[in-house]
Design a protein around this ligand. Structure first.
Ligand SMILES: Nc1ncnc2c1ncn2[C@@H]1O[C@H](COP(=O)(O)OP(=O)(O)OP(=O)(O)O)[C@@H](O)[C@H]1O
Ligand SMILES: [Mg+2]
Length: 407
């Protein structure tokens, strides 16, 4: 099978190259087009796995940047149910089939795919995203998926208009009241706490700690809450190229990486290198103090604003994890040695992020003050006592105690 890979860049959609896959295995090959290689402001869409060079490049699995705009656990559940119920005709065999099943209009990043010249970009959806007023209907459809009572209409709704995007949790693309794109993240029946409330609180604390975050809001809905987050990969209707940190490092699936490896990638591919290194250190320390344990490297990403240079995207998927739920989650290590993270190790590693120890301690202090006032900020966000109490052990933890000893 051969697929044309296009990208929206400088307000036009341009052919980047062709992706080839054979049979039912996962191996793929990619070749940049002659036009793209000869272009003035063109770049590698995945600089580690598919550098800008002539000829065919091969991989045993789908290239990271292409995988990044495909579905993860939630989207795959929808696609598989849709096949079972005859909503989708063809069973996906390879990772690329899952990528192609997602709606083109709301696809993450700037890549677009089609089977050949003159064909429509895949997957061609209804073209209109559900407005936020349809959140209750979207939530009802996700609940039907969880209870396995969904109809073909629910599946068409969630896979088409409300594209599932990436990630494990139930979510949907939505149109914000000003016409921009957003992501709605829904509760699941087996959630033991209000996950959306925790995510919005953590994003608000991150922003108050000086971290760039996507705009976000909590929308109460019956007994639940839905997190609505503005998409950062669209600007005035144009698509912005996106790559996950994991793909920028060329990490195989299941390989964790570390913050210092990411710092090296910023040195190699970054746009504002010193600014992003500091920002990354701030995010790393915030993740310790706010118990953001699910900070795997697909939860860090980069956007391209200037040809060939990657900038840290606003922070996303920041989730405080209460102490009781931490067993078994592997937090991303600070450095390649893979040691258990600590504030002391973060300060020791600060030169890798271009920081002197006293600057690092000053930033640590700023974040610590914000996290210590977590309950007050939560109250300002109108979270109720039970929503807040569920997160007490996430914000009142040993890293905060350790930080107090350093400032
Ligand atoms: N505000 C945003 N703008 C653009 N893309 C985003 C935004 N937030 C998330 N994404 C993209 O969507 C993907 C899924 O979102 P997110 O990580 O929030 O979902 P999740 O289901 O909580 O993920 P996980 O599987 O890590 O728990 C991200 O990996 C990222 O590629
Ligand atoms: Mg995620």
């Amino acid at each position: 099978m051969s697929i044309e890979v296009h990208i929206e860049w400088e307000r036009t959609t341009q052919l980047v190259g062709r992706l080839y896959s054979a049979g039912r295995g996962q191996a793929v090959s990619f070749e940049y087009s002659a036009e793209w290689l000869a272009g003035q402001s063109t770049f590698a869409i995945d600089p580690t796995s598919i550098p800008m060079q002539r000829g065919m490049m091969h991989s045993p699995v789908l290239f990271g940047a292409i995988q990044d705009c495909g579905p993860d656990r939630w989207g795959k559940i929808l696609i598989e149910r849709a096949v079972r119920k005859g909503v989708l005709e063809q069973r996906p065999f390879q990772e690329i089939d899952y990528v192609l099943a997602l709606d083109d209009n709301s696809r993450i990043g700037a890549l677009r795919f089609r089977r050949g010249d003159g064909e429509a970009f895949l997957a061609q959806g209804p073209g209109k995203l559900p407005p936020v007023v349809q959140l209750p209907a979207l939530l009802r459809a996700t609940e039907a998926i969880h209870s396995e009572t969904e109809t073909a209409k629910d599946l068409r709704f969630l896979l088409g208009q409300g594209s599932p995007l990436g990630g494990a949790r139930p979510k949907s693309a939505v149109a914000m009241p000003d016409g921009s794109l957003g992501i709605a993240k829904f509760p699941k029946p087996d959630d033991v706490r209000d996950i959306a409330a925790g995510e919005i609180l953590a994003l608000s604390l991150a922003r108050a700690s000086g971290i760039r975050t996507a705009d976000h809001q909590l929308v109460p809905m019956g007994g639940h809450a839905v997190a609505v987050i503005k998409r950062f990969d669209r600007e005035q209707g144009c698509r912005i190229p996106f790559i996950s940190a994991s793909s920028l490092l060329g990490l195989p699936i299941g390989e964790a990486g570390s913050y210092t490896m990411l710092a090296d990638a910023i040195r190699q591919f970054g746009d504002d290198v010193s600014g992003d290194l500091r920002e990354l250190w701030r995010r790393m320390v915030f993740s310790l103090l706010a118990s953001n344990y699910d900070d795997h490297l697909r939860n860090h990403g980069f956007l391209m604003h200037r040809s060939g240079r990657w900038s840290l995207s606003p922070a996303y998927d920041v989730n405080p994890v209460p102490e009781i739920e931490r067993a078994g989650i592997n937090k991303t290590s600070i450095s390649e040695d893979g040691n258990e993270p600590s504030i002391e190790l973060a300060i020791k590693a600060s030169p890798r992020f271009g920081l002197k120890a006293d600057e690092a301690v000053r930033i640590l202090h700023e974040i610590m003050i914000v996290v210590q006032n977590w309950r007050e900020l939560g109250q300002r966000l109108h979270l109720n006592a039970s929503q807040l109490n569920a997160y007490a052990s996430a914000f009142e933890n040993d890293f905060v105690k350790e930080a107090q000893e350093h400032v």
